[in-house]
Design a protein around this ligand. Structure first.
Ligand code: ZN
Length: 324
């Protein structure tokens, strides 16, 4: 079933089987040309759900917009674009999506995580366990890159591109000023805290994310359309909760380091996670991966603040609290 959000804007909830996110909200705006915002994983469950949404709305062609590079948002791009479709993304994430369709990106990501203490041989090649790799788009996409301030006109709306790096380096939101509507991808989610993970070429993703929250806080938003979870009633309250969450996380990371020198992986092991597992050893491999990435983001933020020292030992980074 497609849900009508408001004039010409529809939401279709797509299943993400065996994934803790469980579902993704794809949005479709209908009009002279239609546009689909985010696609779901490249797997049959998402494809069928999206096909049924197109049928229900009586459309057989659409332009596509990818809010960010994650495979649950862009996995089906190639399958839902036809010869007439324009496929929009930011240049940063578009380039990464095409890079991800080859092997080198994943090899580089493996190496990066190993540098942050992820056990080298625990899961074979680490990224073999990554859902982003399993369900990514496999073909090179000919994107139309859009930048800050560009305006897309669909269904009577004027959607302005607002770049919000953090969750990914080229994450974008779309803002309709007149109707105070914001399509925010994974930038702000109601039930979950967006994962802030290290990425190739990014040094301080948590700082990027916090700056992007501040940017969005300045907009007048009445209707927030997120990519996962239940609707957010008040965006400004949710942003404050997210600031608080990361502040608590930073304090937690400092206390975990205590007087010792630890890798991000060792730090992640001690952090509190909302997951149905008895202990760290019980964590499914992909969750260990995301937890490590999240620990890196917080450690790097503290490193750039000058609160922790980062040292390389045998090709692996260790962090310790800086003593005055
Ligand atoms: Zn995402």
């Amino acid at each position: 079933m497609v849900t009508k959000i408001t004039k010409n804007i529809y939401k279709k909830v797509l299943p993400l089987p065996n994934n803790p996110l469980r579902e993704i909200n794809a949005y479709i705006i209908t009009g002279e040309r239609n546009i689909l915002i985010d696609t779901g994983f490249n797997r049959p469950e998402c494809e069928e759900a999206l096909k049924s949404a197109f049928e229900e709305l009586g459309i057989n062609s659409a332009d596509l917009l990818i809010t960010h590079l994650h495979s649950d948002h862009c996995g089906l791009v190639a399958k839902f674009a036809d010869n007439n479709s324009i496929i929009y993304s930011s240049e940063t994430d578009g380039e990464l999506i095409n890079f991800e369709s080859g092997n080198l990106y994943w090899k580089m990501l493996d190496d990066l995580f190993i540098k942050y203490g992820f056990p080298k041989a625990e899961f074979g090649r680490n990224t073999d366990i990554h859902p982003g790799r399993k369900y990514c788009n496999k073909d090179r996409i000919n994107f139309t890159y859009i930048s800050e301030g560009d305006i897309l006109k669909y269904g009577g709306y004027e959607l302005k591109v607002v770049l919000t790096p953090g969750h990914t380096p080229g994450h974008m939101c779309l803002y309709d000023e007149k109707n105070k509507i914001l399509f925010c991808g994974d930038h702000i989610l109601g039930t979950i805290t967006p994962n802030i993970c290290i990425e190739i070429g990014v040094e301080n993703p948590l700082n990027d994310y916090i700056q992007s929250l501040k940017k969005i806080e300045k907009l007048d938003v009445k209707l927030l359309l997120s990519a996962h979870g239940t609707p957010v009633e008040n965006m400004y309250d949710r942003i404050n909760e997210l600031y608080k969450h990361h502040e608590q996380r930073l304090n937690e990371v400092l206390s975990i380091l205590g007087n010792e020198s630890k890798t991000a992986y060792m730090t992640a092991e001690k952090m509190t996670w909302e997951i149905d597992c008895k202990n760290w050893n019980d964590f499914p491999a992909p969750q260990k991966w995301f937890a490590t990435g999240e620990a890196v983001s917080h450690l790097q933020y503290l490193y750039f603040l000058g609160k922790v020292v980062k040292e390389e030992k045998n090709g692996v980074y260790f962090y310790r609290v800086k003593k005055d």
